[in-house]
Design a binder for this molecule. Structure first.
Ligand SMILES: [Zn+2]
Length: 793
C-alpha cells in the first residue's frame, strides 16, 4: 500500500495519480451556441448546480470507498500476522537462534539452533545448558522467590514447612553449631558405633568380634532408603499391575541425600582408568580426613597414621570389589521370573554350598523379618514370592560368598563408612569445604558452583515438590491450558491410531491390541486435581514436621518415612497414579501404568504457550508424540494395555518389528560429533530414537488435523515467508537447542539412552518425508539422504 490516492476527474472518471495537475478546461462548456441560448438559458445554470452536486456526491462516495478499502486491506493484512505477546516472544526467540546462512537441507540443527548459544549464555547452574535448562532456571528462581516471600494466612501447613526446610538449608551457622553430632545420632540409630571398631579394638578383641551385617543392611535401608549389599524394593508387580510385589537382587536404590560426587561415570569409557585412579586417590583422601576428624571428635586423640592407612586401604578395596560385583550384574536384562521365598532360599544355599562350602540358613527370611518389623505386613515364606531377573538370581549368591568370606570387623567398617558417606556433605562447613575441594575435578569444566540459595531451592523442590507446586501453580490451568493440551494429545493419539490402521508389517491381531493399548493410555497433565484442595497437602505430607534449623534431620524425616511406606503397600491394590511431581521439566511414559506424565513445569515457554498452535504442536506436540510412541518402542511394546510385562503381540509381528528397527540402529550408529571420540550407540538409544521419530510424525499429522478443523493461523512476525509446515519443523528443532561441552557429549554417548540433541533433530528429520517436502530438500542432501527412510510408527 502506498500513499497515492485515487481522485476523480471532472467527468467522474478516476485517474491514476494525484501528483499531476488536472488538464485546464474552458471556463464554460455550455456557452457555445447562441441560437439556442434563450431556449437553454436556464438549463446550463440548472445543470451546473446538478453536476456540482453530483460531482460532490461522487467525490464523497469515492472517498468513503477508498477509506473503507484501505481499512479493510489493513485489517485483513494485520489479521494475517499474529502480534500477541506470545507470538512476538516466540518470533524473537526463534529468529535470534536461527542461522539463516546454513542451508536447512544440509544441517537443520545448525539452521534452527546455530545462534542459540550466543543468545543464551550458560550461567553454569547446569553443566549442560539447553532449552529445557532455561525453564529449570526459571523454576529455581520462582521457587526461591516463593519460599522467601511473605507467608499468607490461609497457607497449608506443608507450605510453611517447605519454607522452614529452605531456611534450615540456608542456615550454615546452625549446621556448624550441630557439627558432627547429627552424624553420631544417625549412626546410633542404625546400631553402629561413633567410630568403627576397627579403629578402637585390640587384636584380641577383633578376633572375638561379631557383627550382624544382615541386620545392619536392613536397618540402613529402612533409615536411609538405600541399598548397601542387597537390593530390595516393594513396587508394582510387573506381571500384574493391580498388585505389588517384592523385588530382590542387585542393589539399585541410592540414598536421596545430596551426594559428594556429582559425576558418577562408569567403567567402560577410555578415560575411565584415569578417572578411576583419580577417584581412588580422592576417595582415599576423603576417607582419611573423615575417619581422623570423627576419631578426634570422639576420643580427643589423634588416630595413628598406620591404622588410618590400613582402614583406608580396607575401605578402598572393599568399595572397589563390591562396586565391581554390582556393575557386573547391572546390565539390562529382560527376563523376569518369580521365586517363592522358601524355594529361592534353598536355591541360594545349594549354590553357596557348592561354591564356598558354607550355608546361610534362612538368610532371606531373616532379612525380610528385619525389614518388615514394625510394619503391618507379615510375609508368608511358603507362598509370597520375589520377582527377579537372571542378574538378580546370579548376584545374590555371589555377594553372599563375598560377605561370608570377609571378616566381621571389615564388614562393620564398610557399613559404617557407607552410612557416614551418605550424610557427610550435609554437615558442617569445614567438612563440606574439604570435600568440595577434593571432588572439584569431577565437576565439568563449564559448571560453576551455583549459589547456596539456588541449591537449597532445588533441594526443597526435590523433597517437597508438591508443596512448592501449590505455590507456583497457575490457578487458571485446569480451565485454560489443560483442555488445550488434552485436545492436542487427542489429536496426536488419533493420528497415531489412524496410522496403525494402515501399517502393513503388523497382523490384524497385533493391530487390534495396539489400538486398544493406545486407547487405554491415560495421561497426567500439569498437576494432580487435588493439589489445590483444602487439606489435601496436609494428608500428602502426613507425619512430616520440619524445623528451620535442623537441615539433616529435616531430610531424614522424609527418608525414614519412605521405605516403611513402600513396604506397607505390599498387600494393597495398586492404582495408576502420578509418577513424578509437577516441577520436573520433563515428560514421561510410565510403562507399568500405561500412562503419560506431563508435569506443569514443561508446559512453559519456549516449549509451550508459543502463541500459535503450529509452534505448540511442533514443540510440545512432538514431545507428547514421543511419550505416546514410547508405549510401543522396543521396550514399551513388552507391556500390555494394563502395563503388565507380557507378550501380547504375535511372534510374526515381533519378528518383523525387530527386523524393521534395525534400520534405526544402523542409522544412529553412523552419527559422529565434531571433537568427540566414538559414535552414537544405535542400540543403546534405540527406544528413544523410535519415540523421537514416531513422536514427530504423529505431532505433524495432528497439526494437519488442527488446520483442517480450524483453518490456517495468522503468520508469525518475521516469518511471513515461511509455510506453516516449515514453521512446524523449526519449532520442533528449536526445543533441542543446547550448549554442551565435548566432554559431556562423550559421556552422554557412553551412558545416556537419549541421542545427543543435535542427533535427535537430524536423525528424526532425515526420516521425515514431510520435512523433506516442506523444505524442498533434494534426495541425496544430508537432511534427505535417501528415499528408504527408517520408520516403524
Ligand atoms: Zn524418551
Amino acid at each position: 500500500m502506498d500513499n497515492y490516492a485515487y481522485q476523480p476527474d471532472d467527468n467522474g472518471k478516476p485517474f491514476a495519480i494525484t501528483r499531476y495537475p488536472s488538464v485546464p478546461r474552458p471556463a464554460n462548456d455550455y456557452l457555445v451556441e447562441v441560437n439556442s441560448r434563450s431556449k437553454f438559458l436556464k438549463k446550463p445554470k440548472f445543470f451546473k448546480i446538478l453536476s456540482a452536486v453530483l460531482i460532490a456526491v461522487i467525490i464523497l462516495l469515492l472517498i468513503v470507498i477508498i477509506i473503507l478499502t484501505v481499512q479493510y486491506y489493513d485489517k485483513t493484512y494485520l489479521s494475517r500476522i499474529c502480534t500477541s505477546e506470545e507470538c512476538l516472544k516466540s518470533a524473537a526467540n526463534l529468529k535470534l537462534s536461527l542461522d539463516s546462512s546454513t542451508n536447512p537441507c544440509d544441517d537443520f540443527y545448525q539452521y534452527t539452533c546455530g545462534r542459540w548459544s550466543k543468545e543464551h549464555p550458560n550461567h553454569g547452574w547446569f553443566p549442560t545448558f539447553s532449552t529445557f535448562a532455561t525453564i529449570s532456571e526459571q523454576i529455581l528462581l520462582s521457587t526461591e522467590e516463593f519460599l522467601t516471600s511473605e507467608e499468607t494466612n490461609d497457607e497449608p501447613s506443608p507450605v510453611t514447612q517447605a519454607r522452614n526446610f529452605y531456611k534450615s538449608c540456608m542456615d550454615e551457622d546452625a549446621l556448624d553449631d550441630l557439627g558432627l553430632s547429627v552424624i553420631f545420632k544417625y549412626l546410633k540409630e542404625v546400631d553402629l558405633p561413633s567410630v568403627p571398631s576397627f579403629l578402637t579394638k585390640s587384636d584380641d578383641e577383633i578376633a572375638e568380634f561379631h557383627f550382624d551385617w544382615l541386620k545392619s543392611d536392613a536397618v540402613i535401608k529402612k533409615t536411609f532408603a538405600m541399598d548397601v549389599l542387597i537390593g530390595f524394593v516393594v513396587d508394582s508387580n510387573m506381571l500384574n499391575q493391580s498388585e505389588n510385589a517384592m523385588y530382590i537382587g542387585v542393589p539399585g536404590l541410592r540414598c536421596p541425600l545430596p551426594s559428594p560426587f556429582k559425576k558418577t561415570g562408569g567403567d567402560k569409557s577410555e578415560s575411565a582408568p584415569d578417572i578411576d585412579d583419580l577417584r581412588r586417590i580422592t576417595n582415599g583422601n576423603i576417607i582419611k580426613f573423615v575417619l581422623s576428624t570423627l576419631y578426634r571428635n570422639v576420643t580427643s586423640k589423634e588416630l595413628k597414621e598406620d591404622v588410618l592407612e590400613q582402614a583406608s586401604d580396607v575401605l578402598l578395596n572393599m568399595t572397589f570389589e563390591i562396586d565391581s560385583l554390582v556393575a557386573n550384574f547391572s546390565s539390562e536384562s529382560n527376563d523376569l521370573q518369580s521365586q517363592i521365598v522358601k524355594d529361592f532360599q534353598t536355591r541360594i544355599n545349594e549354590i553357596l554350598r557348592s561354591d564356598i562350602k558354607k550355608d546361610y540358613p534362612q538368610i532371606l527370611e531373616k532379612y525380610l523379618g528385619f525389614l518388615f518389623t514394625g510394619t503391618n505386613v507379615t510375609i508368608d515364606f511358603d507362598n509370597d514370592f520375589f520377582l527377579l531377573s537372571q542378574n538378580d538370581v546370579d548376584y545374590l549368591p555371589r555377594i553372599l560368598s563375598y560377605v561370608l568370606t570377609s571378616s566381621d570387623i571389615y564388614l562393620e567398617l564398610y557399613m559404617w563408612w557407607v552410612t557416614v558417606f551418605a550424610m557427610i556433605i550435609n554437615t558442617s562447613s569445614e567438612i563440606v569445604e574439604y570435600i568440595v575441594k577434593q571432588t572439584a575435578p569431577f565437576y565439568t569444566g563449564t559448571a560453576v558452583l551455583r549459589s547456596r540459595s539456588l541449591d537449597c531451592s532445588a533441594l526443597v523442590n526435590s523433597f517437597m515438590g508438591m508443596a512448592v507446586s501449590y505455590g507456583l501453580a497457575d490457578r487458571t490451568f485446569s480451565n485454560k491450558t489443560k483442555p488445550k493440551v488434552e485436545q492436542m494429545l487427542y489429536d496426536i493419539k488419533s493420528a497415531f491410531m489412524e496410522h496403525v490402521k494402515t501399517i502393513s508389517w503388523m497382523d490384524q491381531k497385533t493391530r487390534t491390541a495396539t489400538l486398544e493399548k493406545s486407547k487405554e493410555m491415560i495421561s497426567f497433565i500439569g498437576y494432580p486435581d487435588w493439589l489445590l484442595d483444602k487439606g489435601a497437602l496436609e494428608i500428602y505430607y502426613q507425619g512430616i514436621t520440619l524445623a528451620n534449623n535442623t537441615y539433616l534431620d529435616n531430610m531424614m524425616s522424609f527418608i525414614k518415612l519412605y521405605v516403611p511406606s513402600k513396604l506397607e503397600v505390599f498387600r494393597k491394590i495398586n492404582e495408576r497414579n502420578w509418577s513424578t511431581d509437577p516441577l520436573s521439566v520433563n515428560a514421561f511414559n510410565s510403562f507399568t501404568n500405561n500412562a503419560i506424565n506431563l508435569p506443569m513445569a514443561i508446559l512453559a515457554f519456549p516449549i509451550y504457550h508459543l502463541g500459535l498452535e503450529v509452534l505448540n504442536y511442533g514443540a510440545m506436540g512432538s514431545i507428547l508424540g514421543h511419550e505416546l510412541t514410547h508405549g510401543f518402542d522396543n521396550e514399551g511394546r513388552k507391556h500390555d494395555k494394563f502395563g503388565n510385562y507380557k507378550e501380547w503381540w504375535t511372534h510374526e509381528t515381533i519378528d518383523t518389528f525387530e527386523a524393521k528397527i534395525e534400520c534405526f540402529v544402523k542409522q544412529y550408529d553412523n552419527f559422529t560429533l565434531a571433537g568427540v571420540e566414538g559414535h552414537v550407540q544405535g542400540k543403546k538409544t534405540l527406544g528413544e530414537n523410535i519415540a523421537d521419530n514416531g513422536g514427530l510424525r504423529h505431532a505433524y499429522w495432528a497439526y494437519r488435523k488442527y488446520v483442517d478443523r480450524n483453518g490456517h493461523e495468522p503468520k508469525l512476525p518475521g516469518f511471513e515467508n515461511f509455510t506453516d509446515n516449515q514453521l512446524f519443523f523449526i519449532a520442533f528443532g528449536s526445543i533441542w537447542c543446547e550448549t554442551i561441552s565435548p566432554d559431556d557429549l562423550e559421556s552422554q554417548i557412553e551412558y545416556d539412552e537419549h541421542s545427543p540433541n543435535k542427533i535427535r533433530v537430524i536423525g528424526s528429520l532425515q526420516n521425515s518425508k514431510e520435512f523433506a517436502q516442506a523444505f524442498q530438500c533434494p534426495v541425496g542432501s544430508r537432511m534427505n539422504p535417501n528415499t528408504n527412510k527408517c520408520q516403524v510408527w
